[in-house]
Every structure is written in C-alpha cells, then in structure tokens.
Design a protein. Structure first.
Length: 277
C-alpha cells in the first residue's frame, strides 16, 4: 500500500536558496498562474508541446503574459522534448533546430528566465555508433545554445534517462561543446538521474556539479519509470540532494504529471519543510 509523503520531514542542515515553480498544468493558464502566486510559487514552467505548443500559442500566449505581469511570477520554458536534436538525418535535425529557434522567439517574448531542452538522440542504436550519436546530439545542442544566447534566454540542457548524455556523461557533453560550454548552466532532473544507465547518487553528483547546475527538476518516482510524482511521494532522496547543495542558489521546478493543484501543493509543502521555510 502506498503511504504517501512524510507530512513533517525534518529540515536539512544546509542553506539552499531555491526559487520554486511547477510545470503549468494543461488548463486555463490565468487561474493556474494566479493560484501559483497565492501559494507562494516563484515561477511556472511551460512545456511548449501539446496544449501549450508554439503552434497553439494564439490561444494561451497573451493570457499567460498578462497573468505573469499581474502576479509578478517568472516563467521558465521547456522546449519540446519530442524533437530529435540528435537525429542522424541532417534535414530532420535542421528541422528540430528550426522549431527550437521559433520556440525561443516565443520564450523571449515571454521574458523567460531559462530554456530547458534535452541534448539527446533517437538514432537507432544498432545502426549508429555511440560516437556518431554523440556527434549528432552535440551538433543540435550547440545550435540551440547559440540560438538561446542570441535571444538572451539562458539555455539549460537537461540530463536524460537514456541516450548519449545521461547525468554522469555531462562532462563529455561540455568537452564536446568546447567554447559553447563557457558559462553554460544545466538542468538536473532527479528522477532521470536515478533511473539513468548508469544511475547516479543524487547527493554525490549534485555536490560535484553544483557549480554548473542552474535549474532543478524535482520529479519523484517509486522506481522503474519516470512517474513525475510530486516531491515526497516517491523514493527520491531530496533531503540528501539539498544537503549536498549547501550554499547553492537557483531555480527548481516541481515537474509533476497532474492537473490537480492540491496535489502540486503537497509537493511544495514537502520541499518547503525540507528547506526549513
């Protein structure tokens, strides 16, 4: 039987300055943003796919911009993760980059503080070598980083569960990017990190890489799959993560797969108690 999160976790012995947000649910944006402000969130993260895809922006862009302006909340965007930035087929990779550029234009219009994206490749692993798949992903990643910087939207590539660049391989990504990696921050996804091959210990990895982690995806899981549970409702050791980030400051998004605002609020309360606030 699933019990749920500890309703009163002990605060960690660390100072962590987190600006907390959540993934905007697929619903009317103004009520969700107004609720976020009333709950004390700092930002919302908008996935530019599905109901909030760029191609559907006429229905939600202006309401979102107005709600952000009225509440003072910030905005983070997540570029569509279904785009194959590491495709082995040049025209497909070019098309993915073009869509990311268009999404970054929209992100700039929304004055987004960060743009999350996956430096991944869906290339067939039996048909392409690991080195080739990395080369494709690095090419797409480099072009997205350049486009984001041209629009003054800081890019933050995210560790994925499988593919060329899982969490412990970000050193290789940065080395391959060369000068494009200068000043580049990252998104560290907690569930992706523990589900990846190889998996990493959250605290150990975060402590070693705190200097280049700008954004966190606080996504919980009970193991086995990327469940996108609210913080505290799975088995992710968030206390260990925060303890290892003593002195760190940055943004974090509760990346949850629910439209229920009260369930999202449970995750926020869990994080707030861990951080002693």
């Amino acid at each position: 039987m699933f019990i749920g999160p500890d309703p009163d976790p002990a605060p960690v012995d660390a100072t962590v300055d987190v600006e907390l947000g959540f993934t905007l649910p697929h619903r009317d944006v103004r009520p969700a943003v107004e609720w976020a402000a009333s709950e004390g969130f700092d930002h919302v993260e908008v996935l530019l796919d599905g109901p909030n895809a760029r191609s559907r922006a006429a229905a939600w862009r202006d309401p979102l911009a107005a709600a952000l302006a009225d509440t003072g909340l910030d905005c983070v965007v997540h570029l569509p993760f279904a785009l194959d930035l590491g495709s082995p087929f040049g025209p497909v990779r070019d098309g993915a980059v073009r869509e990311c550029r268009a999404c970054l234009d929209l992100a700039a219009e929304l004055d987004a503080s960060k743009a999350v994206f996956h430096p991944a490749s869906d290339a067939w692993d039996l048909g392409w070598t690991d080195a080739e798949r990395r080369e494709f992903a690095v090419d797409g990643c480099r072009r997205v980083v350049r486009a984001a910087r041209e629009r003054d939207v800081p890019p933050v590539p995210e560790n994925v569960i499988d593919g060329p660049f899982v969490a412990p391989e970000f050193d290789d990504l940065f080395a391959a990017l060369g000068g494009a990696a200068d000043g580049l921050g990252t998104t560290f996804d907690t569930a992706h990190a523990v589900l990846g091959e190889p998996a990493v210990d959250l605290g150990t990895h975060a402590a070693a890489n705190a200097g280049r982690i700008d954004h966190l995806h606080l996504s919980d899981t009970r193991g086995g799959s990327d469940e996108h549970l609210p913080a505290g409702m799975g088995e992710i050791d968030l206390a260990g993560l925060f303890s290892s980030l003593d002195g760190w400051s940055g943004t974090a998004t509760l990346e949850v797969g629910t439209r229920d605002l009260e369930t999202i609020a449970l995750g926020k309360r869990h994080v707030d108690r861990l951080l002693g606030r």
